[in-house]
Each structure stands twice: as C-alpha cells, then as structure tokens.
Design a binder for this molecule. Structure first.
Ligand code: IPT
Length: 970
C-alpha cells in the first residue's frame, strides 16, 4: 500500500470529489443516519496516523468508541481527557502564521464504522454521503475507496458513494484533522474544537428526483398577494394545498396570503414532487428590499432587536441538540429578541427551520474569519490573495445553496473580521446574482463598496447619532461615499455582554427609534461559552480560556453572553428585554392616563392582554384588567386610569401603579400570561424620612453610647440594639467588572489600584470625635498607603426614637481625576441575618446604566439569592433606588432606611474576596454578611470591547453627603 497522500490538508482547495451544493431538503427519499458510536483513534499528527485504517479488513476492535456527532476535545474533561482539551483564543491563530502551512502537531481523528445497507435500499439512482459539519478538514473512504476530501467546518459536504457501496455490510472511514489550510479561514473568537460535530447520513438520490429547490416566495404589500415560483427539477409539480396552488416547476402562481414576518411567522406547507421524490417545504411569503435607504420587509422598515449567536453547549461544545436550539429561540422570544446574526458561521440547519417556525429575522453568516492577520497589518490576508478565491466562493455557495429557502433568512453575511479584499467582493457578486432577493451584509468593508447595508461594530452612541443623521465622516474612497451614505445602518455587534453589564442599552435604543436609518443591531453575544466542569466535591463551575493550560489564550473573553453557559438568563438579558420591549407603556399620573405605544413593525397588540396593579409601599391594594383596543403597529392608544384607581383612599406611603402587557394566549415560545412589557409611575406619597432632633451621647466603657447604639473609643459603631455590627464605614471599592478591567483606550481598574489611588486598600484615620447635644460626630481621613489623594469622611450620628441616623459627608482631597467604583458605606453583621427584604428597585441587580428593568416594588430574597453567579466573579447584585432594606434571621432584624434612597448589596463574602476569585468555586461563604449601602455606583458601560461608561453614568468624585437610618428589632 502506498504511503497516504496528505496534500489536501495544506491545500487551499476547498475539497475534492464533492457533489455540488444544494438546498437542505425534507425529502421522502431513503435515508440512513450514520450517527452513533464510531470506532475512534486520535493520532498526534499526520506522521502518526494509522496506515490502512480505511480498509474494510482493518481491525479496529481495540480502538475506543466516540459518539458522532461530537467534538473530541469535550470528552471526559473531569476524567483523563483522552482526546485533548479545548483551547481558546480570540483573534490570534494558535499556530505560527505561515499560510497555508499548519503545524506538524496536528491532532487527527480516525473514525470508522460499519453499517448495513437496508435490504429495501433502492437499486437505482445515486447514494450520497452527507456530512453536515466536520471541523476542520477531512477525507472519506467507503469500503476502502477514497471518495474525496472536504473543508469548511460549519458547511455541509456531500460525496457520491454509489459505485463503492455493497449490499449488506459496508465500512466507512473518515480522517479528520484539527488543523488544515482552512484553519486560516476559521479564526472565529471561540474554542478550538474538532471532529464530526454535526450529523452524518447516507441519503438516496432517486433518478428524476428533487435534487435542489429554490422557492421564490414573494409578498406584495400593496396587493396582499403572495407569488410563488420554484426552480427545481424540470417537470416537478409544486402544490400548496392551503392556497389552491398547483403549478409546474418554473411556473408562477399568485394568491392572497398572510405574509411571513418575524412577528407573524406564517408558513404554508408545500410539496415539490416528481414521480420519484417528494419534498416538503414550509413556505413563508415575504419580500426584502433596500428602498429609500432603508432595509424593508414587505414594504416596511424593520427594527432589529438582535443577538449574535454562537452555537454553544457547555457539555458538548458546538454539537447542539434540537431541544437546545429550540430552547435558545424560546429564551430569545421570551426576552423580546427578534433577530439573530449567526456569528460567525451558518448554524446547524435545523436551527433555521426553527427560526422560520418561531419567527426571528436571521442574518445568515458565512463560515469565514481571518482575524489573526490583523496582528500582521493584514499582510497575506486571504481575502485579497487570489489563490484563496475558490475557497471563499465555495463557502458562500455552500451557505446560500443550503439555506436559500428559509423565510427567516433576510440577509447573507460574507463572514466576520476578514478585513477587505477582492475575494469578499467576489462572494458578494456571486450571491447577488444567485439570489437577488437578499441584501448582502459584511462589516469589515468600512467603505461598504460591495455590501447593501452599512454595518459597524461597537460604534459609540455619539457616532451612531451622526450616522443616523447621515452626517458621518466620508469614506476612504470618495467614489463610495454616496453609496454608503444612502444605505441603512446596523450595528452587527454592540454592547459587549461580558460579565456585569452591558451598560448604556437605553441610549442606543433611543437612537434606533429616533433615526429611521439606524435599524438596530445585535448584542455581542448570546451565550457565555463556558465549559461545564465539576470540582472534586461535585460543585459545578465553568471553564474559560487558560483553564486547560493552553500556552496561548484569551482568558474569560469567551464569557461574554447574555445567558450563562447553563442558559440561565443574566441580568443583561433582563435589561435588554425591557429596553427593547415592543410595546411601550407609560403611566401618566398628571392626566391619569396610560399610553400604549406599539413599537412593532407589523403586528397589532391583539395578542396581548393588559393588567394593572396598585401597590402601596409595595403591597398590592387593587388590581384588574385594562381594556386596550388592538393598537396597530407604529400607533399608540391613550387609555384613562381604571375607575377603581380613583376610588382608593390616600395611601400611607408610596403608591405605584404598574401596567403590564402579557400574552393573551399561549404562543409556541411562551405561555399565556408571559410578560412582554410594563410601565409604572408613582401616584402618591414620597417617603423621604429625614433625621431631626437628637440626643447627646453618653460616655461608656471608653467609648460612647447613643440609646441602643454602642461606639468604641475610635467612634466606630459596634452594636445596635444588641446586634453586633462592624462598620458602617466609607467604601469606595468594588471587585472590578470586566468593563473596569478591560478597555480599548484606557482601563479604570488599574487606575483605581495604582500607587496614587489604592481604592482597594484604604485606611481610615480618625481625626476627631465630638459629642454634641444632638449626637456624635466622627471626622476621618480615608486614604491608601503611598497615595496623596484622600477622602475626608465625617460621620454624623443622631438618635431619633428607635432609629439611629447616620449622615456621611464626603470631601475629596487632592487630584481625583477618575470616576469612583462606588461611593457608600460597608458594614457586616452575623451570618444568621440572611433573609432579605427591600422596597425599591428590583427584583434583579441594577446599576446606573443598567437600570431599565428595575421596577419599584417590595422584594424578598436571601443573601445567597442576591448573588449573580458571573462565571468570572466580579461586582454584582446591587439593588437600586432602595427606600429601605431589612436583613432578618436568628430572631433579629436590621432595617436600613434611605433618605430617600440608596443602592444595596448583601453578600456572604467581601469585595476583596470577590475580586480575588477567578472562578465561582473560589467563593466560600464566611460567617458574616457584608452589606454595602451606596449613595451611587459607577455605571457598567461596555469597555470590555467598545465604548466605556457614558458621562451621565460616571461617578465623579465631589463633595457630597448621604444619609441612612438604622433600626434593630427583635
Ligand atoms: C469582535 C468579533 O467580531 C467578535 O467575534 C468578538 O470577538 C468580539 O469582537 C469581542 O468579543 S471584533 C473586535 C475587534 C471588535
């Protein structure tokens, strides 16, 4: 046997022996799934492969078995990780950049299995082997005969196996290489993982079958007519029973239809058939255009409330079950998300079936990214090198051909972060000619010469505002300026959802609603790509870059999603849901009316029910249904307050009216009653207690006493009403969030910690203690070793009845030229006080620029329940606008009052412990509960990748004062 030919591995050719790309079709032709357990052997490189493993007679009985589909590095990571481990880099290639060569250390999986061709398998026609996705390059043998090789990890590949199949048992062998020339085209920001990771099947292709289908299903919004024309096998018939359509291939039929939109995903069952094969299609009639400088569907501008979705499963990598795909869409729809960019490769094809069915706009993105070349000033970037042209075109064709029948797919995207070049322009040109019905998207071409939308990532709100006005800077190439200035604008990535945040969503959304050119965008990104692990004692945690000892990695930059790796929504998603709510409810106490604005693009509000609740100090006192007529898309209605509201007696404290829009009936993605939007307003009562009066302290035991409050010799509170308490004292520190640690131009956290600031190591020096007729005043200076700057902090204690009041006066000394992480006081109490209740913003965490979803109410939780389990631990859990909060347990309760409000955090560890932790398992509860009562906190922004905190949400140091009241009850 001659030595194996491996030249394909480092060849730029997209493959050999493959069939032409075609649509993914639901056919009645015979098919045999080859998913399941395969024999598997992992070789260290080409030099180490098993000669002759593809031969039918090869004995693989002592090889391991491996599930197909799966990714080999995801196996038994808590055990002995037999097939290597995941590795994460963002933009850097993990191998020397020397295209098209790749390292000798090239893990290569050898897969083998036998299968029995069913006795009834048709004897005529062709039999095809279909791979939905193999990462990254592979060669295939049937019964020892080489069929060909392929690349393009997240694209389908078909080989004709007809001539080499035998009746009865057959052997299939596949060799898969982790690295290949194609790796240069697949530098997406994600884990490097390998294998046959999507399904494999043998499919029959009957003679005169339906080889391919291109269904053109347009909708004319002026006439309400849908028009169908299907390009397919000559002589095939196309029927849509519900519409009475029965036409031949190539013929056109029109009928009145309900159009498909993401809001109204109406599909019609159709059949395309010859006498040899029958294919079921689900057709959505819709027309996508760029008109008047706008992206329109069915004649109307649409607004994209989108997310970038990578395929991720914490246990299986990029191998996803259909249930997981559906789960993603359910979570999206429940959070008002209406669009997905399939960053940065075409998803499993079944995901697009679900998008059609459930209703989201899809920007289908090609499997292409050459980001690593940016570190070499884009030298040799494949996008501009002719030898790569075929590979680029091949990728585009395989995506477009596979996905062309999906109503949900409204744009083709050429790929991501591959700079610019002729090969990209060629992809665009090819796709426009093949499918004139869909605009082309690509971000890396800033001059937008070969795209139909102006797309950018992470542009800040100031620039977005200019673009909205068509007042942005000119293109580099002046010839392209007019084109770009007259096309719609989208942010294909914005608001980097890494850790706590993203902040500033409201400000972007305002621009999307203000300027019709700004048609929304896609949050970066949908899910944290954490790898699920367990500690030895069984606690779950999630791994990120570096956790597998990768020599080169980008740490937790892969943990930047709106949902946690286990698909629990993060506070960022809850915030996004509120900001993008498709119905805006405003309660106007002045006119005693409620305005319901329908911000959808197509559907009226007939699917929604409206409810109202009046709460006094957070307790419901009245509620009912609000009659709102169906409001058309883009319209609003004004409704008077329900009569029952006026009939209520004056409240004691604050009274709030909350109006909610909920689903009136079950939808495929949520049940009736699911909340879509809400609005609220205060109707009466402002509880802003303020200290007055006071008594003189009594000297006691070397310290002081004010009623039930005991202070030590340094004027520090030690107990209230017998409850031992440490603090409160000034606290400026927070465990830096990713947005504090990272930054394109500068980073805040290093500044906070540098020698001249040291906010994480402040010392408190008492300067003076003064007993007066109305209380105790303790003057301090708070500063760090080595630092010249300091804060003057004066604590004024007063007793009023059972309530101990504290006013803290803060005075910056020296040059404070950066915003503070937080400004407030920290205290600790015994761990037993672990039940939490508060009246204020909730239920979830909220910071200055992530507060849209916080409504005013009364909420209960526990100290443990107040924590947000960010995969990379950081500041979290602060509740905003709190009027009062109580900590209860062990028969006692500490209640803290704002004057009028404060931000409130309670945690079973300190900020310092939170900062020191790298993973959730590093956080261990102590015997105290640590509480922060803050006058304010710095916003979150999106500096981890993008703009920082907007000026109005920065916490700039200035002389200020804030007041808190404390009461302890048994
Ligand atoms: C941008 C990438 O397109 C995306 O894949 C991801 O890496 C994101 O950054 C950061 O998480 S590119 C960047 C240079 C803005």
């Amino acid at each position: 046997m001659s030595r194996t030919d491996f030249t394909y591995v480092e060849s730029v050719s997209p493959g050999s022996g493959r069939r032409d790309p075609r649509a993914a079709l639901a056919s009645d032709a015979a098919a045999l799934s080859l998913d399941g357990e395969w024999r598997f052997n992992l070789a260290a490189g080409l030099h180490d492969t098993t000669e002759g493993f593809e031969a039918p007679e090869f004995d693989a009985a002592n090889w391991d078995t491996l599930a197909v589909p799966s990714m080999w590095q995801m196996h038994d990571l808590d055990g002995d990780a037999p097939y290597g481990k995941p590795a994460y880099t963002n933009t850097y290639y993990p191998f020397p950049v020397d295209p098209p060569r790749i390292p000798d250390a090239n893990p290569t999986g050898e897969y083998r299995r036998t299968f029995t061709l069913p006795a009834e398998w048709p004897a005529t026609g062709r039999t095809v082997l279909r791979f939905e996705g193999v990462d990254s390059a592979f060669a295939v043998w049937v019964n020892g005969v080489l069929l060909g090789d392929g690349k393009g990890s997240r694209l389908p590949t078909e080989f004709d196996a007809t001539e080499h199949l035998a009746a009865g048992e057959n052997t299939i062998a596949v060799r898969v290489h982790q690295w290949s020339a194609a790796s240069y085209l697949e530098d997406q920001d994600m884990w490097w993982l390998s294998g046959i990771f999507r399904p494999v099947a043998l499919v029959h292709r009957p003679e005169n079958g339906i080889e391919d289908v291109f269904a053109h299903a347009d909708y004319d919004h002026a006439t309400g007519l849908g028009t169908l024309r299907v390009e397919t096998t000559a002589g095939a018939r196309v029927t849509v029973p519900e519409l009475g359509i029965d036409i031949a291939a190539g013929e056109t039929a029109s009928a009145p239809v309900e159009p498909w939109t993401a809001e109204t995903p109406r599909l019609y069952d159709a059949v395309v058939a010859t006498d040899a094969e029958r294919v079921n299609l689900r057709i959505g009639f819709r027309t996508v255009t760029i008109e008047d400088g706008l992206l329109k569907v069915n004649g109307r501008r649409i607004l994209l409330r989108g997310v970038n979705r990578h395929e991720w499963d914490p246990d299986h990598g990029r191998t996803l079950s259909v249930e997981t795909m559906r789960r993603d869409l359910e979570i999206m729809k429940r959070h008002n998300v209406n669009a997905v960019r399939t960053s940065h490769y075409p998803p499993d094809r079944r995901f697009l079936d679900l998008c059609d069915e459930i209703g989201v706009w899809v920007v289908d993105e090609c499997d292409l990214e050459t980001h690593g070349f940016v570190h070499h000033e884009w030298r040799d970037n494949p996008s501009g090198v002719p030898m790569w042209r075929d590979a680029y075109l091949d990728r585009m064709a395989r995506m477009v051909e596979r996905d062309k029948n999906h109503a949900s797919v409204i744009m083709w995207s050429l790929g991501n972060e591959s700079h610019t070049g002729d090969n990209l322009a060629a992809m665009s040109e090819w796709a426009k000619q093949r499918d004139p019905g869909r605009p082309i998207h690509y971000e890396g071409d800033w001059d937008s010469g070969y795209v139909d939308v102006y797309s950018r990532m992470y542009a800040d709100t100031a620039e977005t505002d200019l673009i909205g006005q068509k007042a942005e800077g000119r293109t580099k190439d002046p010839a392209l300026d007019e084109h770009r200035r007259n096309i719609p604008f989208i942010l294909c990535e914005y608001a980097h959802a890494m850790g706590n945040g993203p902040g500033g969503l409201t400000e972007y959304q305002r621009l999307f609603e203000q300027y019709e050119r700004c048609q929304g965008g896609f949050i970066w990104e949908w899910i944290d790509h954490g790898v699920r692990r367990r500690t030895e004692d069984g606690r779950e945690w999630f791994a990120y870059g570096g956790d597998f000892d990768e020599p080169l990695h980008d740490g937790n930059f892969v943990i930047d999603g709106l949902i946690f790796p286990n698909r629990e929504p993060s506070p960022g998603l809850v915030e996004f849901k509120k900001v993008i709510e498709p119905v805006r409810i405003s309660v106007q106490p002045g006119s005693r009316t409620v305005t319901v604005a329908n911000l959808r693009d197509f559907a009226d509000t007939g699917d929604l029910a409206f409810t109202w609740t009046v709460e006094d100090e957070g307790r419901a006192v009245a509620e009912g249904e609000l009659e709102v007529r169906a409001v058309a898309a883009g319209e609003s209605a004004i409704v008077a307050f329900p009569a029952a509201v006026a009939a209520l007696a004056q409240p004691d404290g604050e009274r709030w009216l909350t109006v909610r829009a909920v689903l009136a009936k079950d939808e495929p993605w949520a049940e009736a009653g699911h909340e879509i939007a809400w609005g609220q307003s205060r109707l009466a009562g402002v509880s802003a207690p303020a200290p007055s009066g006071g008594t003189a302290p009594v000297a006691e035991g070397g310290g002081y006493r004010l009623g039930g409050a005991a202070f030590d010799a340094l004027g520090r509170l030690t107990a209230i009403g017998g409850l031992e308490i440490e603090g409160p004292r000034l606290d400026l520190w927070r465990a830096p969030v990713d947005n504090d640690l990272l930054g394109w131009t500068s980073q805040l956290a290093p500044r906070w910690k540098d020698r001249n600031a040291g906010l994480d190591r402040l010392e408190h020096k008492v300067l003076d203690i003064e007993s007066t007729a109305d209380g105790l005043t303790v003057s301090t200076r708070v500063g760090a070793g080595g630092a010249e700057i300091a804060m003057g902090a004066v604590y004024r204690w007063r007793l009023e009845g059972a309530r101990l009041w504290l006013t803290v006066e803060v005075n910056p000394e020296g040059k404070w030229d950066f915003p503070l992480p937080r400004l407030g006081v920290r205290a600790s109490v015994p761990k037993a006080l672990d039940q939490v209740e508060w009246f204020g913003g909730g239920p979830g965490e909220a910071y200055a620029d992530t507060r849209a979803a916080a409504r005013v109410g009364r909420f209960q939780s526990t100290v443990a329940g107040m924590q947000t389990p960010y995969v990379f631990p950081q500041e979290n859990g602060s509740r905003i606008d709190v009027r009062w909060a109580s900590l209860t347990g062990g028969g006692r309760s500490l209640k803290v009052f704002g004057a009028p409000e404060f931000a409130f955090t309670a945690r079973p560890w300190t900020s310092e412990q939170l900062e020191a932790a790298n993973h959730t398992y590093d956080l261990v509860e102590g015997d105290r509960v640590y509480v922060n009562f803050d006058a304010a906190l710095q916003g979150m922004g999106s500096a981890a990748c993008g703009p920082g905190v907007l000026p109005q949400h920065r916490l700039l140091p200035e002389a200020t004062a804030f007041t808190l009241g404390f009461e302890v009850t048994e």
